[in-house]
Design a protein around this ligand. Structure first.
Ligand SMILES: NC(=O)c1ccc[n+]([C@@H]2O[C@H](COP(=O)([O-])OP(=O)(O)OC[C@H]3O[C@@H](n4cnc5c(N)ncnc54)[C@H](O)[C@@H]3O)[C@@H](O)[C@H]2O)c1
Length: 351
């Protein structure tokens, strides 16, 4: 197969690219390396993945922008599947620069879909959407404190289902732009017969994740713990997320592409109720593993933060024949080992 991975120099995209290249498929990665402009990100970290992929057999790297309709159409003409991960990823950046957020997330996704439609073949498209499409409706589910974490009160033991309303709530520009793109992906699946899959993902983590304060919290905590850097927790730290190891996510994407269904799949993809962490629990775990706790400062809650988000993964499990497998402990240990081996990459980034 020929696979296009947009945003392929990023965290998730690079793992998708590697997985397909390893099994002998040809992968085209398109990335404009804009991740380097994210607040606190180091250009060295952005270049690291790019250079790694450039040396990977079966991977071609194209430095380009998903908003470039001609470029994307040209590449899509020859591909058999698309994994679209390129995006503006930080809620905080979307608040200060909603134009860039809209153009990257909405227009960029639209260009990818249009290129697939114009190709006139049933090209599977996997879109990396987010739990943020549900906005603050998640908070209305009812949560209570239980030790170092919040939990849903009752009736949501399986997590947040895809049927939760996306209406009548605050979203943040990031939530709105991802939702607009999410709807376009669904619509192109229904209208034009493209086998599209919207993966509404919560917290994905793994090796090579250059988490910063604004995005990728598990990696940000891991890096801070190992380098002894101070951390700011917005809120009380009892916020809970389900945690999915990136290798498990790639398996879910591959399962869809191997048996793509027409009509527009929408599913929540995450670690689910078994694989969750609160911020405070992660700090405790890191202290046990590294022998030290990073200095922590507490600040006000962030706009539209969700007290608990846990994905109901039953639809993804049923449709894809897939299960999240890696425990948060194993995921975090793998990340600690990777960061410890690549300390030099993080020396000049500021947290
Ligand atoms: N990591 C998570 O926990 C998570 C959770 C939910 C959703 N997502 C979504 O998954 C996708 C990938 O996330 P990630 O964690 O790998 O982020 P990432 O920042 O590591 O990767 C995104 C990549 O897209 C590239 N990019 C941005 N704008 C581009 C453009 N206009 N043209 C070409 N490339 C561009 C960036 O340079 C970066 O390399 C994003 O769309 C994000 O919204 C991620």
């Amino acid at each position: 197969m020929n696979i296009l991975v947009t945003g392929g120099a990023g965290f998730i995209g690079s793992h998708v690219a590697e997985a397909y290249a390893r099994q002998g498929d040809r992968v085209v990665v398109v990335d404009n390396l804009s991740r380097a402009q994210l607040l606190h990100a180091s250009p060295r970290t952005a270049e690291f993945t790019w250079n790694l992929l450039a040396k990977t057999p079966n991977v071609s790297c194209v430095r380009g922008d998903v908003r470039d309709a001609a470029l994307i159409a040209d590449i899509v003409r020859d591909v058999d599947a698309i994994v679209h991960t390129a995006g503006q990823t930080a809620v905080t950046t979307s608040l200060t620069d909603p134009v860039a957020d809209f153009e990257t997330n909405v227009v960029g996704t639209f260009r990818v879909l249009e290129a697939a439609r114009a190709a006139g073949r049933a090209i599977p498209v996997v879109f990396t959407s987010t739990n943020k499409v549900y906005g603050e409706n998640v908070n209305a589910l009812g949560v209570r404190e239980a030790g170092a974490r919040y939990v849903f009160t009752s009736g949501h033991e399986d997590g947040v289902p895809e049927t939760l309303s996306v209406d009548h709530t605050k979203h943040t520009p990031y939530g709105a732009s991802k939702l607009a793109a999410d709807l376009y992906v669904q619509e192109y699946g229904r209208l034009y017969g493209l086998p599209t899959a919207v993966f509404r993902m919560s917290c994905i983590c793994g090796r090579r994740q250059f988490g910063v304060e604004d995005q990728g919290w598990v990696a940000h905590f891991v890096i801070s713990a190992l380098l002894g850097r101070p951390l700011t927790i917005y809120g009380d730290g009892k916020q809970v997320r389900d945690v999915l190891f990136v290798d498990d996510l790639v398996e879910a994407m591959q399962a869809f592409i191997a048996r793509p269904a027409a009509g527009g799949l929408v599913c929540n993809v995450g670690g689910g109720p078994r694989l969750t962490l609160s911020l405070l629990e992660l700090l405790d775990f890191l202290e046990r593993e590294t022998g030290r706790r990073p200095p922590v400062r507490f600040a006000d809650w962030r706009a539209s933060d969700q007290r608990v988000y846990v994905s109901d993964v039953r639809r993804a499990a049923d449709v894809l024949g897939w299960r999240p497998r890696t425990s948060p402990a194993d995921a975090v240990r793998a990340m600690l080992a990777w960061v410890a081996d690549h300390r030099e990459l993080f020396q000049e980034s500021v947290s």
